[in-house]
Design a protein around this ligand. Structure first.
Ligand code: FES
Length: 146
């Protein structure tokens, strides 16, 4: 968890930093997820109240962007680029070459372009872009193979 006693307390601190502005909703959600790891129902209610928005409006934004999690994730998260250039450089074959239990041990999210198209397939691992991936390197980066 983090230094906050509740998700509502974390929301309050973030709203203090960003200001209680409706146009700050997306940065608030990103910071909240970075701080807590996911966007809880408690946080959605607190954000809605702080920004004078409906709970459903905040929920709608959270569910629209697949980057936001609504449940905690205990597995390491890898954001694998599946956009056109990385497809052309073999990302689908890379996924097919992963062991069957890989996604039980690692949360494999899809992203669409990390801005390094010429050196793909690429992924974000621990917040850092990793290039020239193959299945073996991806497993090593995920810590599931030495
Ligand atoms: S398409 Fe994958 S980094 Fe651009």
């Amino acid at each position: 968890m983090n230094e906050f006693s509740s998700h509502a307390a974390c929301v309050a601190a973030l709203v203090e930093r960003h200001g209680a502005r409706q146009d700050a909703l997306l940065p608030l959600l990103h910071d909240l997820q970075a701080e807590v790891g996911f966007i809880s129902e408690e946080a959605i209610r607190a954000l809605a109240a702080a920004l004078n928005l409906g709970r459903a409006e905040v929920q709608g934004v959270v569910s629209f962007y697949h980057d936001f999690r609504t449940q905690p994730e205990s597995r390491p998260v890898i954001k694998l680029c599946r956009a056109e250039a990385c497809q052309a450089r073999g990302v689908e074959g890379l996924i097919a070459a992963l062991p069957d239990d890989f996604t039980q041990r690692v949360a494999l999210d899809s992203v669409y372009c990390l801005g390094l198209c010429s050196v793909g397939p690429n992924a974000l691992v621990g917040g850092a872009v990793q290039a020239h991936l193959d299945a073996e390197k991806l497993q090593q980066l995920a810590g599931v193979k030495s």
